[in-house]
Design a protein around this ligand. Structure first.
Ligand SMILES: C[S@@+](CC[C@H](N)C(=O)[O-])C[C@H]1O[C@@H](n2cnc3c(N)ncnc32)[C@H](O)[C@@H]1O
Length: 272
């Protein structure tokens, strides 16, 4: 195992006093889009689901309600902040997706949101996750991309936001551009019927604005030491990204959906 710092070791540790609020803001920003996409999948009521890097567990909890006869595993490297312990049908599991294994073919749905970009072994993780799907099972991967920050016409917002992406890349190996080609990456992992889309959530007085401000606060020391961002700039940035009149887009989310070949092709191959 490498000694390099990983997500959650120090940066974004679940033990940080503001981490629950940061994850809560993220879930509020992204859950409606995620639920909209998951709602449309033709899942059986007894589906076995794996939620990878489940954070607070809001998606796992929603899946349990949507699939009352199913079984949902909310898996996180550090599941201490999962608020969903004790929800019937939801199993909370301490699980490092870069190191722990699941049995081949054991899930009908695997969902991971804003997790793989943070993992240097991301493509290998995606390929292993694809093997955990049952024939015909669905993979839904959603991940962040930074293009709305790179193209922002607001100098301070662009400067601090891009420096934030650099800090997470240097510290934990996050790639804020990896997900641009996410549908192709699912195809490369052997999945079929792949499709995808991209959405943005705006900052300002919104959950995404709160998330970005809380993220900047955790990165503050690195931003000052390594990027020369002054405390005054950091304060102005925090005010700006949560201001009611600031309507810039935050990090975008690319969603890619595919499924493992299997069951559903048989009628074509062997007509009755
Ligand atoms: C940015 S948060 C996203 C949380 C949640 N998926 C969401 O979108 O609301 C990333 C989550 O991935 C988890 N995580 C990071 N590395 C992981 C790993 N190697 N295995 C499993 N979970 C991991 C973190 O503990 C954290 O809960």
């Amino acid at each position: 195992m490498s000694d390099a710092e990983q997500y959650g070791d120090q940066l974004f540790s679940h033990a940080h006093p503001a981490e629950t609020a940061r994850l809560e803001a993220l879930a509020q920003a992204l859950d409606p889009g995620t639920f909209h996409r998951l709602e449309r999948l033709p899942l059986r009521e007894d589906s076995r689901c794996l939620e990878v890097g489940s954070g607070l567990g809001t998606v796992g909890e929603w899946l349990v309600r949507r699939l009352p006869a199913g079984h949902v595993v909310a898996a996180d490297r550090d599941p201490v902040h999962l608020r969903t312990r004790g929800v019937p049908g939801l199993e909370v599991r301490r699980f490092d997706v870069t190191a722990d294994e699941a049995p081949e073919g054991s899930f009908d749905l695997i969902h991971a949101r804003w997790v793989l970009s943070h993992l240097p072994a991301r493509q290998n993780v995606l390929e292993r996750m694809a093997r955990w799907l049952a024939p015909g099972g669905w993979m839904v991967v959603e991940d962040l991309v930074m293009f709305p920050l790179e193209t922002s016409p607001e100098p301070l917002y662009r400067k601090v936001s891009l420096a934030m992406c650099d800090v997470v890349e240097r510290r934990i190996g996050t790639d804020c551009r990896w997900a641009r080609t996410l549908p192709a990456l699912l195809s490369a992992a052997g999945l079929i019927d792949v499709h995808g889309d991209t959405r943005t959530s705006r900052v300002g007085r919104t959950p995404m604005g709160r998330f970005w401000r809380l993220s900047a606060e955790q990165l503050g020391v690195d931003l000052q030491q390594d990027f020369g961002i002054t405390p005054e700039e950091l304060d102005a940035f925090s005010d700006r990204v949560t201001a009611a009149d600031f309507t810039a887009p935050g990090l975008a989310t690319v969603t890619a959906i595919g499924r493992r070949a299997g069951r559903r092709e048989r009628p074509h191959a062997a007509p009755l």
